[in-house]
Design a protein around this ligand. Sequence first.
Ligand code: COA
Length: 332
Amino acid sequence: MLQQLGNGVSVTGCGSAKLTNHLDNHMLSKIVDTSDEWIATRTGIRQRHIAGEDDCLKTLAAEAAQEAITMAGLAPIDIDLIILATSTPDDLFGSACQVQAELGAATAVAFDLTAACSGFVFAMVTAAQFIRTGVYQNVVVIGADLLSRWTDWSDRRTCVLFGDGAGAVVMQASERDRLLGFELRSDGALNDCLKLTYQSQFKELADDAAVQHGTFQPITMNGREVYKFAVKRVPEVIEKALFRAGLATNDIDWLLLHQANQRILDAVAERLHIPSERVVSNMAHHGNTSAASIPIALDEVVRAGKVKVGDTIAASGFGAGLTWGAAIFEWG
Ligand code: COA
């Protein structure tokens, strides 16, 4: 049934999974040669949550999604589409269908979307296309990643940065369009800066038959290059999305960046002349949770009563690919 509610897009619910295990900087300093002082000064991170033995991506993603669905005043059976932004699925064929089953969203179509730390913004924009064309009315967008599975726990340059988490929003068709503007970018020429690559091992099965039979290797990163990329490209893409929305930076109530590093948040805010009280940051408690970081941070500020209905949010994700993007939307 097409266009019952209008072609506009509204973000009407959010949620996040509650992980109980954590790893603080002091604990990390027993694993690699680092210190709370070094990590906190360079990144703003004090601790990160880590999936427990019985946690899996699908259950954490479903927990976040259920919270968002409840906030939106819907039931899982009302959901038409589930997009799961993740780079760390339980199943390489995709985990979104498992989330659909876990939720009991029997009539929803579900698929994974991989765009690393930009995945949530890319998924929001993808969801909006289905809503704007009138095809679907109620969409759940989840960002969930368990990077601890793929972190090299002997590499102090990367292992101090990442954490696990899941967050979600509900996007619904509405009369008024509250997704005001967006801009997405990719540059595969910079792929080497941040990678989690498959390494093949050619294996002979018989005299005349051989196959690739390798595995994925832990995350590698050129921290300095990623830092330079983020502080240059993120302000640009936000300004482009604002331009498309017909807004200026002083129209932004909340700057909601991918929580990669406090220094990146500060530098981007400074370039855009956005005061720190309008910058959402939960780095200290969560570290970098990849695709999950934006919806987790959104959920925290919404449930704390800071973000009010009608507030304008500039969300921006950036990371491996390299990928980056921004979406400007009004909450509620
Ligand atoms: N503890 C202590 N020392 C560490 C360390 C750690 N966890 N990690 C690196 N160091 C050391 C290095 O070995 C190096 O020592 P050396 O000079 O004796 O060789 C020194 O600190 C400086 O290393 P460098 O990599 O140049 O540090 P940096 O100032 O660039 O900070 C990052 C490193 C990772 C914090 C920074 O580059 C960054 O934030 N990059 C962006 C990363 C990011 O956000 N990635 C995800 C994007 S989605």
